[in-house]
Design a binder for this molecule. Structure first.
Ligand SMILES: Nc1ncnc2c1ncn2[C@@H]1O[C@H](COP(=O)(O)OP(=O)(O)OP(=O)(O)O)[C@@H](O)[C@H]1O
Ligand SMILES: [Mg+2]
Length: 427
C-alpha cells in the first residue's frame, strides 16, 4: 500500500473532528452574543428577572468559551481527552501507515516508531541511532542522501539470520527541520517482501510440477510409440500390452488436465458465496453409491451413517460432491485393503460435520500440515499407482474456502485417519 495515500486518509480523518469542534465553538459564541443582547433589551424594557437570567446565560457562555473542554483552537488539538501539540500530528500520520515506519531526527536518531514498527523492531528503540537496527551500507547511504538533499530512495535489505528475509526500506526526507534535535527529519517505511517472494516461488513450483507430471506420461507414450514402430512392429502380443499401457498414460494426462482446470475454476469462484440449498445426506448417498465399485475392488466395506434430522447447507452441490468424492476415494485408496470406511454426518450448534474415517496405515504428523498443498503426496509412487495426481485435497481446500467451511484431519500412524468437513448449517 502507498503510505502517502494512507497519510492523506489520516489528514482527512484528523480534519473532520477539528471542523466539528470549530462549528461547536462558533455556536457557543452566537449563544453568548444573543444572551447578552437579550439581557440589554430586557433591562431597557423592564423585565429585570428575565434580564438576570439572560446575563447568567451570557456568563455561562463566556465561561464555556474561556475554558473549552473539547476545543480545537490555536495550536492545541484535544482528542479523546489527550492534549497534544499540532506539531506532533505526524505521530498520528505514521500510526496510520500499515507498514512498520520510523521517524528519525536530523542526526539519524530514532524519534518515533509506529505500532507495526514496534512489532517488527521491538520496543525501546527511541533515542538510539538508526544504525542500531541495521548497518546495511545502502540504507546508511540512503539516510545520508535524504538528510542532505531530501531525496527519497528505496533500498533492499537482505537478512540471513535468524531466518532468511527480504525487505525494502523507503527513506524519505521530510524537509521540515527547524534545527532542533527533536524535529522529524526522515521517514523510513519498511516492506516485507518475503511473503511476495514465497508466492512467486509457489507459482514457479506449481508450473514446474505440472509440467513434470505431464512430461512423465508423455515420455512414456513416446517410448511406446517408437517401440511399436521398431522392435515390436510385428509382435501382436507386445502391441496389445503396449497399447493398454499407452491408453492408461493418456488417461492419466486427461485426469491431470481435468484436475488442473477444476482447481483453476474453483479458485476463480472462491470469492462468490454459493447459493443452492444442498442436502448433504442426498449428496453423500450419491457419492457412496458411485464409489461402491471401487470399494469392491479394494474389498473395503463402505458405510454411510445417516444424520439425525435434516442436513441442509448453503452450497454448490457439484463442488460438495467433488469434496466428498475425493475424501472417500482417498480413504478407499490409502486405507486398509479389506478394511472399513465409515462416512457420517453429525451436528454442532450452527454447523454440520461430515467425517470420513478409515482404518488404514494413518499419516505421520509431519505430513498433516502439507496435505492440501498442490502435488503434495506422502508416497508419490503409491499415489500414481492408484491414479492420483496430488491435486485432490488442494481442490477440496479451495471449495471449502468458498463454502466458509474447514477441513480437519485427525490421524496417527497405525491408527487410521479421519477427515472431517465442517460447514455452516442452514437453519
Ligand atoms: N485417508 C488417507 N490415508 C492416508 N493417506 C492419505 C489419505 N488421504 C490422503 N492421503 C495422502 O495425501 C496425499 C494427497 O491426497 P490428494 O487427494 O490431494 O491427492 P491424491 O489422492 O494423491 O491424488 P488425486 O486426489 O488428485 O487423485 C495422498 O497422495 C496420500 O499420500
Ligand atoms: Mg485424492
Amino acid at each position: 500500500m502507498d503510505w502517502r495515500a494512507t497519510s492523506e486518509d489520516w489528514l482527512k480523518r484528523l480534519a473532520a473532528p477539528a471542523e466539528a469542534t470549530a462549528a461547536r465553538v462558533a455556536a457557543r459564541r452566537e449563544l453568548l452574543l444573543s444572551a447578552a443582547a437579550l439581557s440589554v433589551l430586557f433591562v431597557l424594557f423592564g423585565g429585570l428577572s428575565i434580564a438576570a437570567a439572560c446575563l447568567g446565560l451570557a456568563l455561562l457562555g463566556a465561561w464555556a468559551a474561556l475554558f473549552p473542554t473539547e476545543l480545537g483552537s490555536g495550536d492545541q488539538v484535544i482528542a479523546k481527552g489527550h492534549v497534544e501539540s499540532s506539531g506532533e500530528l505526524w505521530k498520528h500520520l505514521i500510526e496510520g501507515i500499515p507498514e512498520p515506519a520510523l521517524i528519525l531526527g536530523p542526526t539519524g536518531h530514532i524519534l518515533y516508531v509506529n505500532a507495526s514498527g514496534h512489532d517488527l523492531l521491538g520496543g525501546g528503540r527511541i533515542g538510539l541511532h538508526f544504525t542500531s537496527l541495521s548497518r546495511d551500507p545502502e540504507l546508511v547511504a540512503a539516510v545520508d542522501t535524504a538528510l542532505e538533499t531530501g531525496r527519497t530512495t528505496t533500498v533492499e535489505l537482505q537478512e540471513r539470520v535468524p531466518v532468511e528475509r527480504r525487505r525494502s526500506a523507503t527513506v524519505a526526507g521530510l524537509g521540515s527541520q527547524d534545527g532542533t534535535l527533536s524535529s522529524p527529519a526522515l521517514l523510513i517505511t519498511v516492506r516485507d517482501l518475503t511473503e511476495q517472494d514465497r508466492l512467486a516461488r509457489m507459482r514457479a513450483d506449481f508450473v514446474a510440477n505440472a509440467s513434470h507430471e505431464l512430461r512423465t506420461p508423455l515420455a512414456s507414450l513416446k517410448g511406446f510409440v517408437e517401440t511399436l514402430q521398431g522392435a515390436a512392429k510385428d509382435d501382436p502380443n507386445a502391441r496389445e500390452r503396449f497399447l493398454r499401457v499407452m491408453s492408461e498414460q493418456a488417461d492419466r494426462m486427461t485426469r491431470l488436465i481435468d484436475d488442473l482446470l477444476s482447481l483453476s475454476r474453483v479458485e476463480m469462484r472462491e470469492h462468490l458465496p454459493p447459493s443452492e440449498r444442498v442436502d448433504l445426506e442426498e449428496a453423500l448417498g450419491h457419492v457412496v453409491q458411485a464409489l461402491q465399485p471401487l470399494a469392491e475392488r479394494t474389498q473395503t466395506t463402505l458405510k454411510l451413517q445417516p444424520p439425525a434430522g435434516g442436513a441442509l447447507v448453503r452450497g454448490d452441490r457439484d463442488e460438495l460432491v467433488q469434496v466428498f468424492q475425493n475424501l472417500i476415494q482417498n480413504a478407499l485408496k490409502y486405507g486398509k485393503q479389506g478394511g472399513v470406511v465409515e462416512v457420517s454426518i453429525s451436528r454442532r450448534p450452527g454447523r454440520l460435520l461430515v467425517s470420513v474415517k478409515d482404518d488404514g496405515p494413518g499419516i505421520a504428523p509431519q505430513h498433516l500440515p502439507r496435505l492440501t498443498e498442490r502435488f503434495y503426496r506422502i508416497n508419490v509412487a503409491a499415489s500414481r499407482e492408484r491414479g492420483g495426481t496430488g491435486l485432490g485435497l488442494a481442490i477440496v481446500k479451495h471449495i471449502l474456502n468458498r463454502h466458509r467451511g474447514e477441513l480437519e484431519v485427525q490421524s496417527a500412524v497405525g491408527k487410521g485417519s479421519t477427515f472431517t468437513v465442517d460447514l455452516p448449517a442452514l437453519a
